[in-house]
Design a protein around this ligand. Structure first.
Ligand SMILES: *Cc1c(COP(=O)(O)O)cnc(C)c1O
Length: 413
């Protein structure tokens, strides 16, 4: 399978540590050589042009966020002008909630889910509080019947006429379940509700068609599958039908480029997604993304998805074959339409098994209370690595070497 892998050439473009098997690219992707040279190139423009780097050099900083947004657009199925690289996942959610959450009459609630990433929930609660609404009564969280996944119909049932806004993940960070964004968008709109998605765990792993589905807004980070580096600048999408909406959180980078330096006290906002920027872009934290996005353009998200499904499918088959004697449960959806980019294995001793894997050079990530996430990334992982990891896991279980460790998570897990 490695021999016939159509993406195998890309592994060489990354700094792969051959001593380990890295399955944590869904938390922090590997550094690529292209990302490094993009950073070098942006550093050069500072050295050479100082202040004039805003408009001179290979990648003028003044237009850099728009350029990266445009390069990201195909990954989410949007028009170039609907995407901007700015902020972080959480600050972008704040911006989008400030812009799109317009409680009126009895429509005063936000619909989310009980499996969502904590940062998104904290942000939504504080947005409610800022409007003087009690988060306990106004943030509805759809329940999961199995603790790992959500049912489309359970979400739709909660789209009542008290709901003004729906915010959901595209792919759940634990179980890797893909939500049916197309259907959820259609159902929300039937009920006059706006809907947005957090794409942190899907961008760079699966294709999206945000414009075609009519999704109102989306936001994501770029350091997971997109390999933008620790703290790399995030991104947001706003459907063009909303380009008339004033940014909820304005700043001078919300301006149209032409009027920004008029220094007037009344904002003339940009006519596209650029309007939802706030302040001066973090150029070096965005620079690495330039190199990384070039790789995605060459590899193509459809090919990446095909290999990713193949890798996770192989992983699940091996786990079933080799580890059936142990108490593992594969808790990600098994069918291709619903499975994101990682495998989610549950085991009562997951914390210490993760530690034993790490001590043996296999890097998973543990998710409280009992989950092991394993992300074989299409751009740089191999089928052989999947095979070796399962053999190692089997050895650890047979020899019970995980008992050496405490069944407790580390500070970062
Ligand atoms: C990674 C992740 C975040 C992180 O938000 P930051 O603002 O980038 O720290 C938020 N939400 C989800 C669903 C994530 O997976």
């Amino acid at each position: 399978m490695d021999k016939t892998d159509e993406l195998k050439a890309f592994r060489k473009q990354f700094y792969v540590n051959e001593e380990i098997i890295y399955f944590d690219g869904n938390s922090l992707g590997f550094m690529s050589k292209r990302a490094e040279s993009a950073l070098e190139s942006l550093k050069e423009s500072w050295k050479t042009f100082a202040i004039d780097g805003w408009t001179e050099g290979k990648h003028p900083w003044f237009y850099f966020s728009e350029k990266l947004g445009s390069m990201s657009a195909t990954l989410v199925g949007a028009k170039s002008e609907e995407v901007i690289v700015t902020g972080s996942t959480t600050t972008n959610l704040h911006q989008l909630a400030a812009t799109f959450f317009r409680p009126a009459g009895k429509r005063t609630k936000i619909l989310a889910d009980e499996l969502n990433f904590p940062s998104d929930i904290y942000a939504l609660k504080s947005q409610l509080q800022l409007r003087g609404l009690d988060p306990d009564g106004h943030l509805i969280r759809v329940k999961s019947s199995d603790g790992n996944t959500l049912k489309t119909n359970d979400i739709i049932e909660q789209m009542t006429d008290n709901v003004a806004l729906v915010v959901l993940p595209s792919v759940l960070y634990r179980s890797g379940q893909i939500l049916d964004m197309k259907k959820l968008t259609k159902e929300a709109h039937k009920r006059n509700i706006l809907i947005g998605f957090d794409l942190c765990h899907s961008v760079g792993a699966i294709p999206h068609h945000l414009s075609e589905w009519g999704v109102d807004f989306a936001f994501w980070c770029t350091y997971k599958y997109l390999n933008g580096g620790p703290g790399s600048v995030g991104a947001l999408y706003v459907n063009e039908k909303h380009f008339n909406k004033e940014p909820g959180l304005a700043g001078w980078f919300s301006s149209s480029k032409e009027s920004q330096f008029d220094m007037e006290h009344s904002l003339i906002k940009a006519a596209d997604a650029g309007a939802y920027q706030i302040g001066t872009p973090h150029i070096f934290s965005a620079a690495l993304l330039l190199g990384s996005l070039e790789i995605f353009q060459e590899a193509g998200i459809e090919r990446i998805r095909r290999k990713s499904l193949h890798l996770t499918g192989y992983f699940m088959a091996l786990i079933e074959k080799e580890l059936s004697a142990f108490d593992f449960h594969i808790s990600n959806p098994s069918n291709d339409n619903e499975r994101g980019g990682h495998v989610y294995l549950e085991h009562p001793e997951a914390a210490r098994i993760s530690k034993a894997l790490k001590a043996n050079g296999i890097i998973p990530d543990f998710r409280n209370p009992n989950g092991i996430r394993l992300a074989p990334v299409a751009l740089y992982n191999t089928f052989e690595e999947v095979w070796r990891a399962v053999q190692m896991l089997k050895t650890i279980m047979e020899e019970k070497s995980y008992l050496k460790y405490e069944n407790k998570r580390g500070v970062i897990a």
